[in-house]
Design a protein. Sequence first.
Length: 290
Amino acid sequence: VLPVRIANVEGRAHVLVGDRLVDIERGSGGRLPSDPMEVLARMADVEADHALLQAPGVPLSEAHLGPPIPRPSKILAAGGNYQDHIEESPPLAPSGEPNVFAKLPSALVGPTDPIVLPAGRGQIDWEVELVVVIARRARDVPVADAWGYVAGVTGGQDISDRAEQVRGSQQWTMAKSFDTFAPTGPYLVTVDELADRDAIGLQCFLDEEEVQDGTTANLLFPVPVLISWASHVATLEVGDLFFTGTPGGVGAFRDPPRWLEDGQVLRSVLPGVGEMANPVRRATGTGGPR
Ligand code: ZN
């Protein structure tokens, strides 16, 4: 079985073979689709297609990667899902059930794309997270079955405008859905590729400085609980994403607080999953109506 890491190159699904990326549609002689969203339903066929191993490809170092799952029907995200993040964040409180909000799919960008700080907004923060990709339609899924609904995982940053997040009666979804506020990647990694699917490390670096260092072993509500809980609210579709929450170390609750700044590089490292390096850019202009 071919180990599967799937990347999005110019909108076409590619599989990583050694250090080259093979176009799945061309490499399979047209047996498999090119659209990364359609490939999700054909993962078993990708794993079994040994023609892909021999096919020519583009060197990984020369490819510009987009978000591995470019058009999910929805993105869900867990808030307050690590004890150390709850303790650093006065607005968060422990809860008996997952706290779940949405991010808009229009916020997705790839693993090396810029994070654009909106004009006139100064409190933009980082949150490194494990992102889970749904494999098939899921409704009322028992916890014990939930990993069976996962196509794989990737890395993510749940970029957040902290001022907007707590404005008025709070609006988490829009605060975390500005364009470019959902970098993901670099690959979709199938679950059987992981050394331990329940203990994935995640680190965040601001330029060279480590600002977050956690493991999904510390999730208060682990992946199967999140999927089960959400599937009792909304039908999950193939390709839906679930940001699973961030460990401690965000900028907002430091003394003094720290925010993303023009010219920095935000690096996200999930050993065994992959690494992102997103440059931070300040948008020009005056911003929208306030
Ligand atoms: Zn988050």
